[in-house]
Write a protein that binds this ligand. Structure first.
Ligand code: WT7
Length: 630
């Protein structure tokens, strides 16, 4: 009914979705299993802001991802787990097995005191238990809060405290290429500051005899033995919380984005099937970590609700060598491959023989996500991986949007390199100028907002609705502000130009400058810091820090290493600055606001073009910064 197979279908569906959004979405929602149908499709007010979809509907998302597939697909593989080490065996987990494991895990959580509405922190590597734990929470109506297993103890403490979690699920460790990471040690450190956490369930994975704290810590393998696989799914309201996922803010602490059950399920399933043109029986692989929204929506909930076979990869693209992705594609005959520009750029640097060694002829569709894909990477991906016959689906979206917003539809939308192309049905973008007016027509550039609700949008920031309103609904009252800038070309195609706020996208991961600055400031020699992004060949953006110390550093290199270590401990290795320039002052306006525009120019190496500096308190500081640029 809503299937799109031609560009004409797209235009028809898009028109319908704008003219009759409620009919459009309720037709899509009808294909799911609801315990009770909704009474009303939508209520919304972007000023409050308040958005509710499928009001009064009752469901459980796991019945849609698992139970309803058992009739036809019990023996079909749901998850192919590809381990870190290519010499170890992959696991093929069927829908029946996944169902059993999820139910057992759900019973294990219940036996450990977890109830509907409780928040559960999950800190696991990319192993099947991560999928079981997430779906188990959803099955019993507990709210999962997954913390990416690359985050530091401090980040975990903050997230556990903010969400009020009483239980953590983790493993003794994680493999990453040739490294083993002591996850349990990080959890122990984090929990020193979380007195409310009374239970830690530990999955044994790397076998490093992790120390267990009496009363608090239990082994997964002991607990799971005590339960069976009968677990009736909890009946959830459409608007009940499904999960919290933290994303960086431009100021202050990370924001716990809240996603709810009904709308999220409907939208993620629809966008997965539509954008990738997923066909029954295909093998799909998204290389993201489940710790990011990409993994939540497009490794687990989207593919599983569609009855697809989804690959979960534990390792890294560079180990044992740069052929790891291509080897896995050949091995599992992957049809749809979805990765990030940063990965493409690093793979592009390796000798092409790593690609040529493998048979990639199973591939039908390629995807990209996380940041604007540059044209060079687009062409390399298209030519060498897609062999010129696989469309590249460049999906623009955000943790906050839950699912794809602007994206080509594979084999349907005519492509333009580096363009996210057109809004998917149901998505109504509006491009705004700086005075807050919508810019009509094409061949324009401005700030990207969305003017009508879509079902998978975040409903609030956990515990801070006021901040939700200020961050997303105040810059352009009545519209959702994305934080991105964009161009709309003569064909109405969108090209995302990047963040216009103080967010840096490093290797496709969203980091707030304020968060990195306050981590650097933790170093005892540091007095004040300003951080900006700069173009980086592999990561997309790198982190450039301008640091004022109390005293002129005697050994700059040593201090740089210490500062990096400090950031790594507080946030995680991903936030380590690439460049640290020691300065005696920062360019501040008379009102004390740092003029980041100037620092960005310096970081980009474009120092001849700094623009007006007359409003600065001390224009002299700019000369010093220019002279010392790295
Ligand atoms: C920001 C959201 C969406 C999951 C991964 C990141 C940038 C994301 C694209 C794309 C251009 C993109 C935007 C966005 N971004 N995808 N295809 N083209 N930019 O999620 O951490 O919430 O970051 O990533 O700047 O606002 P996130």
């Amino acid at each position: 009914m809503n299937v799109i197979r031609t560009f004409e279908d797209y235009h028809k569906q898009y028109k319908k979705s704008v003219e009759h959004p409620e009919n459009f979405w309720s037709e899509i929602a009808s294909s799911f299993y609801w315990r009770k149908k909704w009474d009303k499709v939508l209520e919304w007010d972007f000023h409050k802001p308040e958005v509710k979809w499928f009001i009064g509907g009752k469901l459980n998302i796991t019945e849609n991802c698992l139970d309803r597939h058992l009739i036809k697909r019990a023996n079909q593989t749901a998850i192919i787990w590809e381990p870190n080490n290519p010499n170890d065996d992959a696991k093929h987990i069927t829908y029946q097995q996944l169902y059993d494991e999820v139910c057992k895990t759900a019973n294990m959580l219940k036996a450990n005191g977890v109830k509907k509405g409780d928040r559960v922190c999950i800190y696991l590597p990319m192993i099947p238990e991560l999928a079981y734990a997430i779906l188990a929470c959803a099955r019993i109506g507990a709210v999962h809060s997954v913390v990416f297993a690359g985050f530091s103890a401090k980040s975990m403490t903050d997230r556990i405290t903010d969400a009020g979690c009483k239980i953590v699920i983790t493993s003794d460790g994680a493999y990453r290429g040739d490294k083993t990471i002591n996850l349990k040690g990080i959890v122990d450190q984090a929990l020193e500051h979380c007195p409310d956490v009374t239970r830690v369930i530990v999955k044994e994975h790397v076998h490093t005899s992790a120390p267990m704290k009496a009363e608090r810590d239990v082994w997964w393998h002991d607990e799971i033995k005590k339960v069976d696989s009968n677990c009736v799914a909890e009946e959830m309201d459409s608007e009940d919380m499904l999960f919290i996922l933290y994303t960086s803010g431009s100021t202050g602490k990370p924001k716990g984005m809240v996603h709810t059950c009904g709308g999220y399920m409907v939208n993620i399933n629809y966008t997965f099937q539509t954008a990738f043109q997923y066909h029954d029986g295909q093998i799909y692989w998204c290389t993201a970590d489940i710790g990011w929204v990409t993994g939540h929506s497009y490794i687990l909930y989207g593919p599983l609700s569609a009855g697809a076979t989804t690959v979960m990869f534990e390792g890294v693209p560079s180990w044992p060598d740069w052929g790891r992705f291509w080897q896995a594609i050949e091995r599992h005959k992957v049809n749809i491959f979805y990765t990030a520009p940063t990965a493409i750029r690093s793979l592009q640097q390796a000798p092409i023989s790593f690609v040529e060694k493998y048979d990639l002829s199973s591939l039908k569709v390629l995807g990209s996500v996380g940041e604007p894909i540059n044209e060079e990477a687009w062409h390399w991906y298209n030519k060498n991986i897609g062999k010129g016959k696989c469309p590249i689906v460049d999906t623009w979206w955000q943790t906050e949007t839950g699912g794809f917003m602007i994206s080509p539809i594979a084999h349907v939308t005519p492509l333009k390199p580096a363009h996210a192309t057109l809004p998917l049905p149901g998505v109504q973008p509006a491009v705004m100028n700086e005075s807050g007016l919508e810019i009509e027509g094409n061949n324009i550039e401005g700030r990207l907002t969305i003017k009508y609700p879509w079902p998978s949008m975040a409903r609030t920031i956990y515990g801070d609705h006021q901040r939700f309103k200020e961050t997303y609904f105040s810059s352009f009252p009545g519209k959702y502000f994305t934080g991105d800038g964009c161009k709309r070309d003569e064909d109405g195609y969108y090209r995302i130009t990047g963040r216009v706020d103080d967010i840096i996208i490093v290797s496709g991961h969203n980091l707030g400058t304020a968060e990195i600055e306050s981590a650097i400031d933790e170093h005892s020699s540091v007095c004040e810091t300003a951080v900006v992004g700069f173009p980086h060949d592999i990561k997309g953006q790198g982190i450039y820090a301008f640091v004022i110390c109390y005293e002129k550093p005697a050994e700059e290199e040593k201090l740089r290493a210490e500062i990096k270590e400090t950031v790594s401990k507080i946030i995680g290795p991903i936030a380590k600055p690439d460049k640290i320039q020691f300065v005696s002052g920062l360019p501040k306006t008379r009102s004390g606001k740092i003029m980041r525009r100037i620092l960005r120019k310096v970081a980009e190496g474009d120092t001849n073009n700094l623009g007006d500096v007359t409003t600065l308190l001390d224009p002299g500081v700019v000369e010093e910064i220019k002279a010392g640029a790295l």
